[in-house]
Design a binder for this molecule. Structure first.
Ligand code: SF4
Length: 198
């Protein structure tokens, strides 16, 4: 049975769904079963909204001030659960909430979900992955057309509604791609976080 909540470094993470609308070439899901304190993050069956809310309610968050929605899947593929769980985390547990996302949640849900997210999510980290349409398509392999443009549009919408919005890339990208990502960050005013690949 996979853990719904697990710790990694200084945060508690919520693994609410294994569903995803991308098939990234580097996806950690294809490399190992678990992360941090979790032995496996593959759910035999995706947990229900109630199971996730109960897990948050019953968890001892002593020493942690943030809950990150991340996990082995894309949290916006379980939007109703994400919104309900984030609300509980904020209101009942007094936690900050962060969403780590591939930025395709609007497409997945067929509407602009940013206003709903902004009510319960304090910060958003969006996987940029690549500096242009072609490279994004090759690396991320989204289940939608024009995924890169849709991810950019989502990021811009988030920037208008949510205080802390970042793009992230990993430092395995070629130097020229990293430079292009930095330029995109400068042009849009969305901060870029360059993570070390591990
Ligand atoms: S978006 Fe995340 S979970 Fe989905 S395939 Fe890519 S790395 Fe894996």
């Amino acid at each position: 049975m996979a853990d719904i909540l697990y710790t990694y470094k200084n945060s508690v993470y919520a693994n609410i769904t294994n569903k995803c609308n991308c098939s990234c070439t580097f996806c950690i899901r294809s490399l190992k079963d678990g992360v941090g304190s979790a032995d496996t993050l593959w759910h035999e069956k995706n947990p229900s909204k109630e199971e996730i809310i109960n897990a948050i309610k019953n968890y001892d968050f002593t020493g942690f001030d943030e809950l990150v929605f991340c996990g082995y899947g894309e949290p916006t593929c379980a939007l109703n659960t994400l919104l309900a769980a984030a609300k509980i985390a904020k209101e009942e547990k007094g936690l900050k909430t962060r969403l780590n996302t591939n930025g395709l949640g609007n497409e997945e849900n067929g509407r602009n979900i940013v206003p709903e997210l902004s009510e319960v999510i304090d910060s958003v980290s969006i996987s940029l992955n690549a500096p242009d349409t072609q490279k994004y398509q090759e690396v991320t392999r989204p289940g939608f057309e024009n995924g890169f443009e849709k991810m950019i549009d989502f990021a811009l919408k988030c920037k208008g509604k949510i205080k802390d919005v970042k793009w992230s890339i990993v430092d395995v990208l070629p130097g020229e791609d990293i430079e292009k990502c930095k330029r995109l960050s400068d042009d849009t005013g969305i901060e870029l976080r360059i993570r070390h690949y591990s």
